[in-house]
Design a protein around this ligand. Structure first.
Ligand code: ZN
Length: 279
C-alpha cells in the first residue's frame, strides 16, 4: 500500500484506465496478467482533505520490495524483483505480508503521566486500553502488532519512535489521558476526547481514528488538533495521539477507569485501524 499525500489524479486520468467508477471518481483497478507475484493493483483518491492518492499492490503472500523515488521526474518505483529489503525489520513486514501497527501506551514506569482527581495514574489507564486493543488485533490476526510497552516500564519518547521505525510500521497510535492543572479555571468542567497529529500525511488517519475514538468514549467531541508532539512528529509513518478523555473531570475519569469504556474504546480503535488500512 502506497499513499501519496498532497497528490491528486490529473483531470485527464479519469476514465483513462479500466474500472473507473461510473460517477467519475478516479478509483479502480488494473488488470494484471503475466506477473505471478502480483494479483491486483488498485488505486483510489483515498482522501480529499488533504488530497491523498493511494495505490494497493496485492501480492501473492508477503514479498520483499524496494521503494525508490526519482526526485527529478517524481517517478516512484516499487521493485518486487529486489532480492531483499533494505531494512532489517522490514523483512519481517514482507515475510508476513501484513500491515504493522505500533501501539504506544503513553508514559510508564517512573513517568506516571497525569494524576486523576481520585489519584489514579494516567500510565496505567493508557496501558490497560492499549493492551485491550492489542489483544483484539492479535486475536484477529489481520495486522502485525508491535507494542512500545506491555508493562510498567520507563520509556523515552525517542525510544518509542525508534521501535516504530525499526518495525517499519505502517501506522502509529499513541494512547493518552488528558488533564488540566489544578489552578486551571473551571478545570472540572473541561472534558471530552481529542485526537492529535503533527504531519499533514497523518490527517486522514487522524480523521478516521477520531471518529472511532468519540464513538468509543461517547465523550464530548473536542475535535482533531495539530500539535508538534515528539512521537507523532518524529515518526515517519502516519501517526496519531489519542487523548481519550480528561482525568481532571470526574465524569470522564470514572468512565475511563471502567472496563466497559476501556473495552468500547479498544473495539473502536481496532475498527479505526481496519477502516484506515482497508481491511
Ligand atoms: Zn499523557
Amino acid at each position: 500500500m502506497i499513499d501519496f499525500p498532497g497528490a491528486a489524479f490529473a483531470p485527464d486520468f479519469v476514465g483513462s484506465l479500466p474500472s473507473v467508477a461510473a460517477n467519475g471518481t478516479p478509483q479502480g483497478k488494473l488488470d494484471v496478467a503475466g506477473y505471478p507475484l502480483v494479483s491486483e493493483v488498485r488505486y483510489a483518491l483515498f482522501s480529499t482533505s488533504p488530497s491523498t492518492v493511494r495505490f494497493v499492490i496485492q501480492t501473492v503472500g508477503g514479498q520483499p520490495y524496494q521503494l525508490s523515488t526519482d526526485n527529478s521526474t517524481g517517478l516512484v518505483t516499487i521493485d518486487l524483483n529486489a532480492l531483499s529489503n533494505s531494512g532489517g525489520a522490514g523483512g519481517d513486514t514482507a515475510a508476513s505480508g501484513k500491515p504493522v501497527v505500533v501501539l504506544d501506551a503513553g508514559h510508564g514506569g517512573k513517568q506516571s503521566g497525569a494524576v486523576s482527581i481520585t489519584g489514579k495514574l494516567e500510565k496505567d489507564i493508557n496501558l490497560a486500553i492499549v493492551n485491550k486493543v492489542g489483544a483484539l488485533l492479535i486475536q484477529d490476526g489481520r495486522v502485525d502488532v508491535v507494542f512500545t510497552r506491555t508493562n510498567d516500564i520507563t520509556l523515552g519518547l525517542q525510544d518509542r519512535v525508534n521501535i516504530a521505525e525499526a518495525a517499519n510500521a505502517n501506522l502509529f497510535i499513541s494512547v493518552h489521558g488528558n488533564s488540566l492543572p489544578e489552578a486551571y479555571p473551571n478545570r472540572e468542567k473541561v472534558n471530552g476526547s481529542e485526537t492529535y497529529y503533527s504531519r499533514t500525511e497523518s490527517l486522514p488517519l487522524a480523521q478516521i481514528m477520531h471518529k472511532h475514538l468519540v464513538a468509543g468514549t461517547s465523550f464530548k467531541d473536542n475535535g482533531i488538533r495539530t500539535k508538534s508532539l515528539h512521537v507523532t512528529r518524529e515518526t515517519s509513518m502516519p501517526a496519531v495521539l489519542l487523548e481519550v478523555g480528561y482525568m481532571s473531570s470526574a465524569a470522564n475519569e470514572s468512565a475511563m477507569l471502567s472496563e466497559q469504556l476501556q473495552n468500547n474504546v479498544a473495539r473502536e480503535i481496532v475498527a479505526g485501524i481496519y477502516e484506515y488500512l482497508g481491511l
